[in-house]
Design a protein around this ligand. Structure first.
Ligand code: HPA
Ligand code: ZN
Length: 330
């Protein structure tokens, strides 16, 4: 039985496995520039975040109908449950779909259908996080949040993703103010490829409660001290960092040092169909490569529930934490 955990950094579009991509391409009559799933998998040799994003946005062309989005999310939740995930907070990129002519309602209705059935079908509680594409304009982000207003009861938080360098958090001050006024929680990718300064901006200007990735905080001791003092959760994605060349090899990942320093770290899968593993695969990989003790692994699982947006159901959080405390490693 895998260690019970929450997944807090997961792009639903990044769970599109080659097999499902080809099935949807056939169903929707969308041409793909790959002969088969093997050839597609061979294209997964990324140099950096941008080379991954080019493929990731391209493959989304197969997602067209409400059923497509529901199937995608249900397939992820089934896999997540098998990996010990009890609670999943799921990112989606509305602008990547509306730009292709897929209505926002189609995306949210499809995803919500799978998420609403998840507790009963898979034993996984869920939250949905709407992400703005930071390489699009601030006006486009504002229009996206405006368009999402009829769906706010199904959205817990806003996030910020896509190409980081050259698109600092400060660019999105206004839309994050609007999100806060609407009662939404706030997170943002920062310090994946971008500098520590972007992490500071996400905290100071966007008012985020968690930093997605945050890897590059280790370059700035003062920032680390602040993140420790304020118990700001970091949603780290070690397999993603290796595949996108943020670090050379998993053995060089700073996770053990970060935990040692007192940072509130969580381990997540980011885009598991592309990066070679779902979240329990990631736990196993870091355990092997970094020699993490069982108590460190338990701490990561505990952190994931402590950092989760479960404030509206503290009893559920406590139940999950009790499961982590009682877990016996094989
Ligand atoms: N970083 C930024 N944008 C993304 C990522 C990521 O790791 N995955 C999907 N969109
Ligand atoms: Zn991400």
């Amino acid at each position: 039985m895998p260690l019970p955990k929450a997944e807090l950094h997961l792009h639903i579009e990044g769970t599109l496995e080659p097999e499902l991509a080809f099935a949807l391409a056939a169903r929707n009559d969308v041409p793909l520039p790959y002969a088969d799933t093997e050839e597609l998998r061979r294209a997964y040799l990324f140099d950096d975040l941008q080379s991954f994003l080019d493929l990731y946005y391209g493959l989304m062309a197969v997602l067209r109908t409400e059923d497509d989005f529901a199937e995608l999310a249900d397939a992820y939740l089934a896999r997540a449950a098998a990996q010990g995930v009890r609670h999943a907070e799921i990112f989606f990129d509305p602008q990547a779909h509306t730009a292709r002519g897929v209505p926002l309602d189609t995306v949210i209705d499809g995803l919500s259908r799978a998420l609403n059935a998840s507790q009963e079908r898979h034993g996984v509680s869920t939250r949905l996080i709407l992400c703005f594409l930071r390489d699009q304009s601030a006006e486009s982000a504002l229009a996206t949040l405006e368009a999402a207003k009829p769906h706010l009861h199904r959205i817990t938080a806003v996030g910020l993703d896509s190409a980081e360098v050259g698109h600092p958090p400060a660019k999105f001050r206004e839309v994050y103010e609007m999100a806060a006024a609407l009662g939404l929680r706030r997170v943002a990718h920062a310090g994946e490829e971008g500098p520590p300064e972007y992490i500071r901006q996400a905290l100071d200007i966007l008012g985020v409660e968690r930093i997605d990735h945050g890897l590059r905080c280790v370059e700035d001791p003062e920032l680390v001290a602040r993140l420790v003092r304020d118990r700001v959760p970091l949603t780290l994605c070690p397999l993603s960092n290796v595949r996108l060349r943020a670090i050379d090899v998993l053995e060089a990942h700073p996770l053990p040092r970060m935990m040692e320093a007192g940072l509130l770290c969580t381990v997540n899968s980011d885009d598991p169909a592309y990066f070679g593993g779902y979240v329990d695969d990631t736990f196993h990989a870091v355990r092997e490569a970094l020699g993490l003790s069982e108590e460190r692994l338990r701490e990561l699982a505990r952190n994931s529930f402590e950092a989760a947006f479960l404030d509206d159901d503290e009893a559920l959080r406590q139940r999950y934490l009790a499961e982590v405390a009682a877990y016996e490693f094989a």
